[in-house]
Design a protein around this ligand. Sequence first.
Ligand code: 13P
Length: 276
Amino acid sequence: MNRGNMRQPLIIANWKANLSPGEEVERARSIAQIAVERGLSAFNGIDIPTLAIAPSAVGLVPVASLLQREFGSLAIGVAAQDCSAEGIGAHTGELVATNLVGIAASVIIGHSERRAAGDTDNSIGRKIAHAAAAGLRPILCVGDATQSAAIEARVPMVVAQFGRATMQAAAAGWPLDRLVGAGLIVAYEPLWAIGSHTPATPMDAMAVARGIRAAVHGHAIPVLYGGSVDAGNAATWFDETRAEADGALNGLLVGGASLDPRELLEIVGAATMPRR
Ligand code: 13P
């Protein structure tokens, strides 16, 4: 994958567990209708879509079918918020990656809220492997919990976390080069920035992106930033990183602000505005 093709930023709306499936369908409809009103005819980037919605597990099917049935030309993507570390079989209550095929094109894995609920490097690696095997793009979340430390100390911690997860995926049959081919995306989400109205600085996010790319020896891995992104700061992630090809961010993973359809589309607009 050529990073030169990835200038169209990817915005992923992570709705977490905030809405009922009915509310998710209505918000997805509002997003699509506002996009139509504004003449945003297609969210298809060159090799990554510009906008993907990650509803709850029970919202995946109704949201995906609404978007496909009524707004197919907009090409708004759907992402799952998690998938199982197990494959298809006798695993009561699990959402296995193969069952997401045709519904979601990508899956968030290793979000800090899932790590807090028990995800480990091993389970994350297996989830990545199952997602990739099912043809879904894994979106691997990494992040530090140490706002007070200098970025020079935080980058190696985040890169090591990335390395542990991808090593486990390799042990499950998906070494890094295969994962890159499967469209692996990394999302840097510092824990202290999530839901805090205190985002990281673009310079710090850029340093993490550069560190991850250095660790993968030139593989072109898209890196997103997440944590207190809103319409007011959406453009800054791209303005301040544009000069640094290795550190350039490829998009944003948005929580709270993505629950408001108008604000979400403002973020999409800000992120895709022409570079100065
Ligand atoms: P907020 O945008 O609410 O800080 O959440 C970020 C996040 O966790 C997205 O996955």
